[in-house]
Unconditional design. Structure first.
Length: 163
């Protein structure tokens, strides 16, 4: 007697990508509760096993839509708080002193150093939300600070040589 097995539903689109609902923010992919399309291997072998995402089935999409509707009014308060922090960041004048020989620094300035300066100023921001690159010379630079998915601030700072 031949038994046919139920086929697994096909969650792949025409480009062999799969749709997933992110359970948390994933760098360079998307934010929590976004529906994203990623390569099948990346989704199957990394995002789903690590607990970063789940399959975007029709029922999961309905649940997500309901949850997003309920979160909408709470989100407005979070964005308002992020805008207050953004205004505080814009008013800061950040100068980082570092040992240097001429214009070239002994070492480098990274997002860790910028986060430490902001912490001293009374603004606590995780360093993973600060994008500045590695700076190895004195001068004026800008760093990008992501406070919320909709609120990104360009933070100017200056690196001066220690006397």
């Amino acid at each position: 007697m031949l038994v046919s097995h139920k086929r697994e539903p096909n969650f792949y689109n025409k480009d062999n990508n799969m749709e997933l609902i992110l359970k948390q923010d994933v760098q360079n992919v998307g934010f929590k509760d976004d529906i994203v399309s990623v390569k099948a291997g990346y989704g199957r072998n990394f995002l789903i096993p690590q607990g970063f995402a789940q399959l975007a089935t029709p029922s999961a999409k309905k649940v997500l839509a309901e949850n997003l509707k309920q979160k909408a009014h709470k989100e407005a308060k979070v964005v308002a708080d992020a805008n207050k922090i953004a205004d505080a960041l814009k008013s800061l004048d950040i100068k980082i002193t570092s040992k240097a020989g001429g214009e070239k620094l002994f070492g480098s300035i990274t997002n860790i150093d910028i986060a430490a300066v902001l912490e001293k100023a009374g603004i606590s921001i995780e360093r993973k939300f600060i994008t500045s690159g590695t700076v190895k010379r004195t001068g004026k630079y800008t760093a990008s600070v992501r406070l919320h998915r909709d609120v990104v601030v360009e933070l100017p700072y200056e690196i001066v040589a220690e006397v």
